[in-house]
Design a binder for this molecule. Structure first.
Ligand SMILES: NC(=O)c1ccc[n+]([C@@H]2O[C@H](COP(=O)([O-])OP(=O)(O)OC[C@H]3O[C@@H](n4cnc5c(N)ncnc54)[C@H](OP(=O)(O)O)[C@@H]3O)[C@@H](O)[C@H]2O)c1
Length: 270
């Protein structure tokens, strides 16, 4: 009797999980999915039922993450437009049309005003703005009507945080593109939104070349300024991404969602 009851409970909870899998049958592409927020989001989208493709720059890192996640990995540098063309072609030939496009790949290269090099400007704009825009541009014909595009921006789009002038501009430009695209893609019921995280605990800061001591000092000072007194975790952002990807968000487009522990509303907190 007890065993029978347990089996019924397991079957019911499995049925509930499947009913709750809001992304069943959807195809999702996550750029920069081998690390940080992209990795956590690919995991969440898969857990919610989607077939997921992740991309990244480096074959070894992409393959390792794809096999950990049990998803398809494709190498595609978003700063190379023909690589995005190849990506679209490969995704379409393996999966058909796409329902969720998470434009997440990005880099952070801090530098003070007065010391911004052309190379640094081009690289950061090339990945965070041009790469993001052309990811969407090139995927548009491969999207199903009713698809959801999510652009990973930053609260920096609206702040004057030292050393972030070009990074912040790249994200502000992306949010501007998001608003116009929302209007123009609406006739196809394609939704496009921006997510603006505050500080999130990912490898991005370690890739800046800053010394570990400086990084730790920066992290401590930053954490102290967040009203909720912690960095976000990639999984926090992944939940929001999965919501915006789902049909539960079907009346949301052209929006921007801060996910930042409150830092945006209390810049004067010490
Ligand atoms: N962490 C934060 O506090 C924070 C806050 C606000 C916004 N964001 C944004 O969140 C997004 C994800 O960053 P993250 O924090 O998760 O950092 P991350 O762990 O460094 O992940 C970034 C991902 O983007 C990939 N990538 C970088 N350049 C690329 C390119 N040219 N082509 C394809 N893929 C590329 C990286 O691949 P590699 O492994 O090759 O580097 C990596 O997979 C970025 O757009 C970032 O600006 C982060």
């Amino acid at each position: 009797m007890f065993v029978f009851g347990t089996i019924v409970l397991v079957l019911l909870s499995d049925k509930k999980t499947k009913e709750m899998s809001t992304l069943n049958g959807k195809v999702a592409v996550v750029t920069g999915g081998n690390s940080g927020i992209g990795y956590a989001s690919a995991k969440e989208l898969k857990e919610q039922g989607a077939s997921v493709v992740i991309t990244g720059r480096n074959a070894e890192r992409v393959d390792a993450a794809a096999s950990e996640l049990g998803v398809k990995g494709i190498v595609a540098d978003v700063s190379n437009l023909s690589a995005i063309d190849d990506l679209v072609e490969e995704v379409q030939s393996s999966f058909g049309k796409v329902d969720v496009l998470f434009v997440n790949a990005g880099i952070f290269q801090p530098a003070p005003v007065g010391q911004i090099s052309e190379e640094m400007f081009d690289h950061q704009m090339g990945v965070n703005f041009k790469g993001a825009v052309f990811t969407t541009e090139k995927f548009i014909p491969a999207l199903n009507d009713g698809a959801s595009i999510i652009n990973l921006s930053s609260v920096n789009a609206y702040t004057g945080m030292p050393n972030t002038a070009v990074y912040a501009a790249s994200k502000a430009a992306l949010n501007s593109y998001t608003r116009t695209a929302a209007t123009e893609l609406a006739p196809r019921k394609i939704r496009i939104n921006s997510v603006n995280p505050g500080p999130v605990y990912t490898p991005i800061f370690g890739k800046t070349g800053m010394a570990e001591e400086d990084l730790n000092g920066f992290a401590e000072a930053m954490q102290d300024r967040v009203p909720l007194k912690r960095f976000g975790q990639p999984e926090d952002v992944a939940k929001l991404v999965a919501f915006l990807a789902s049909d539960d968000a079907s009346f949301i487009t052209g929006g921007e969602y801060n996910i930042d522990g409150g830092i945006n509303v209390n810049p004067l907190l010490s």
